[in-house]
Design a protein around this ligand. Structure first.
Ligand SMILES: Cc1ncc(C[n+]2csc(CCOP(=O)(O)OP(=O)(O)O)c2C)c(N)n1
Length: 291
């Protein structure tokens, strides 16, 4: 294996970090994504790179309750990646949180690997809460989890779930939204990755889903729109949800304005990187930028 595609063994704690520490963490995650995709020779590069900042804060800045040494801890908060194709960012996060060995990242999409191209319960990878990849399915499951916690178990767990913006074109997404507000699921934090890119074009050109915030407001959500690469704003949004989960009966929607391919100049804001891996040469170039 090329030396520059090897993974170091650093793990991160889930505690309050400084902004510069969070920036280092998200850089590490972006490097993982590039290495994993180059080694796999297939998969989605752009979306995962755009989410590295938000995901770093969600998992490593003390916003979610989890224990990687006890993945099924009953009182844990849950994260459901509804846009299952973005899973390289989640695999990196879970490995760096200590759920499984970091070196396993090199097996992405390989035959027999626990790290398949979409999250699957069948591979029994610790930290994966549900199978997803059929767009609209994960968020519907997440709403079900939040309903169960709120209405049946009556516990204080929170459910975080992330959808893409192209994913909002799925009808089932809006059934899930209706359900979340009907059942007053203030324990649900719905994150929308608004990079305005989807598989074959700009979201606004393929099938506009705008205005996203007004749609979610109309469906009965507390909403906040932020720069998904600004850690101060990410903290404001996660605190907004935390506060709402105590003082409001509505679910929360966080709309992240992001760039597909963020961090790598030749990938940034290009929908052509939705579902392509970098070549070895492109990976080497990308890794030179991610320092
Ligand atoms: C029900 C369903 N239809 C189609 C697909 C194929 N597909 C995978 S990702 C994608 C585009 C999603 O766009 P977006 O949510 O904006 O993700 P991004 O391009 O930002 O990664 C499509 C059409 C799918 N996974 N599930």
């Amino acid at each position: 294996m090329n030396e520059f595609l090897q993974f170091d063994n650093i793990t991160f704690e889930n505690k309050k970090h400084s902004i510069s520490e969070l920036k280092s963490i998200s850089l590490e995650i972006r490097r993982d994504i590039i290495k994993m995709l180059a080694l796999a020779k297939s998969g989605h590069s752009g979306g995962p790179l755009g989410l590295a900042d938000f995901m770093a804060a969600l998992f490593f800045d003390n916003y979610m309750k989890y224990d990687s040494s006890n993945p099924n801890l009953p009182s844990r908060d849950r994260f459901v990646l509804s846009a299952g194709h973005l899973v390289p960012v989640l695999y990196s996060i879970l490995a760096r949180a200590g759920y499984f060995p970091i070196q396993e990242l090199s097996t992405l999409r390989k035959y027999g690997s626990r790290l398949q191209g979409h999250p699957g319960l069948d591979t029994e990878l610790p930290g994966i809460e549900t199978s997803s990849g059929s767009l609209g399915q994960g968020i519907s499951i997440a709403v079900g989890m939040a309903m169960s916690d709120k209405l049946i178990s009556k516990n204080s767990r929170k459910v975080f779930s992330l959808t893409g913006d192209g994913e909002l074109q799925e009808g089932t997404v809006w059934e899930a939204a209706m359900c979340a507000s009907n059942y007053k699921l203030n324990n649900l934090c719905w994150i929308i990755d608004n990079n305005d890119c989807q598989i074959d074009g700009r979201v606004k050109d393929v099938m506009s889903i705008y205005p996203i915030d007004e749609k979610f407001k109309a469906f009965g959500f507390n909403t906040i729109e932020i720069d998904g690469h600004n850690f101060e704003e990410i903290r404001t949004a996660l605190n907004f949800f935390e506060e709402n989960s105590k003082s409001s009966s509505k679910p929360t929607a966080i709309i992240l304005k992001t760039f597909m391919g963020m961090g790598v100049s030749f990938m940034k804001d290009k929908y052509q990187w939705h579902g392509n891996p970098p070549s070895i040469e492109q990976a080497e170039q990308a890794l030179k930028e991610l320092i």
